[in-house]
Design a protein around this ligand. Structure first.
Ligand SMILES: Nc1ncnc2c1ncn2[C@@H]1O[C@H](COP(=O)(O)OP(=O)(O)O)[C@@H](O)[C@H]1O
Ligand SMILES: Nc1ccn([C@@H]2O[C@H](COP(=O)(O)O)[C@@H](O)[C@H]2O)c(=O)n1
Length: 207
């Protein structure tokens, strides 16, 4: 089997990484793409009581089980099957579900900190950074976290001020310089998405 094409999609929280990946997949009509969400690799916190889990900093690189993520990406790039953890935002820890995931010809890793680790970054054939104004990201995050991640408005605001915003400026935003393509996601991202879709179609044809 040919080595899979490996793409990384980084960007701040609620910049639209998942939405952009979804549009890429819809437009490309590709069945053989595997998306790995870095959030599934948050460290397991089942041993901690809930009041401690809530206070953790989920925007620092140390919150991710980077060794497991690296091991799994390397296995997928060798065409092997992995047993991937899954994440439960409402309980601030891994869920009990372990997914058996087969490698595919195109692998996309998505996450706020996905361009931080150089050994993972150096494996990528293409690196994207989704960019959006901080205020709009905060508004989108607030609305999404209350609707989809079981959060209260006050908890989203507190977390944003204490960890999300400072960690974004310290760790996430500096990784923009590693990106091959920067995708603006204010109104339209279709032109950038079309460029990437055409690249992936070429990759697909060469499989
Ligand atoms: N271009 C856009 N216009 C309006 N809302 C958007 C756009 N892109 C994403 N969103 C919304 O913003 C929120 C965050 O987007 P999401 O893709 O989950 O971001 P990320 O994966 O970077 O955290 C979601 O509720 C999503 O529906
Ligand atoms: N228990 C957790 C774990 C993570 N988060 C936040 O998720 C953000 C990353 O996901 P995006 O889809 O927004 O990129 C990150 O900023 C963490 O703060 C959380 O709130 N709770």
């Amino acid at each position: 089997m040919k080595k899979p094409f490996f793409m990384i999609v980084a960007g701040g929280s609620a910049s639209g990484k998942s939405t952009v990946v979804k549009s890429i997949l819809e437009k490309a009509g590709i069945q053989h793409v595997l998306v790995i969400n870095q959030d599934d690799y948050y460290l397991d916190q089942n041993e901690l009581p809930m009041h401690e889990r809530v206070l953790m900093n989920y925007d620092h690189p140390k919150s991710i089980d980077i060794e497991l993520l690296k091991k799994d990406i390397l296995m997928l790039l060798e065409g092997k099957t992995i047993h991937k953890p899954t994440y439960d935002y409402s309980n601030y820890t891994r869920s009990e579900v372990i997914e058996e995931v087969e490698s595919k010809p195109i692998i996309i890793l998505e996450g706020i900190l996905s361009l931080v680790d150089d050994s993972i970054r150096d494996l990528a054939d293409l690196k994207l950074y989704v960019e959006l104004d901080d205020d709009i990201r905060f508004i989108r995050r607030l609305s999404r976290d209350v609707k989809d991640r079981g959060r209260t408005m006050q908890s989203v605001i507190n977390q944003y001020i204490t960890t999300v915003k400072p960690m974004y400026h310290k760790f996430v935003k500096p990784t923009k310089r590693y990106a091959d393509i920067i995708i603006p996601n204010d109104d339209k991202h279709s032109a950038a998405v079309d460029v990437i879709v055409n690249m992936l179609k070429t990759v697909k044809e060469s499989i």
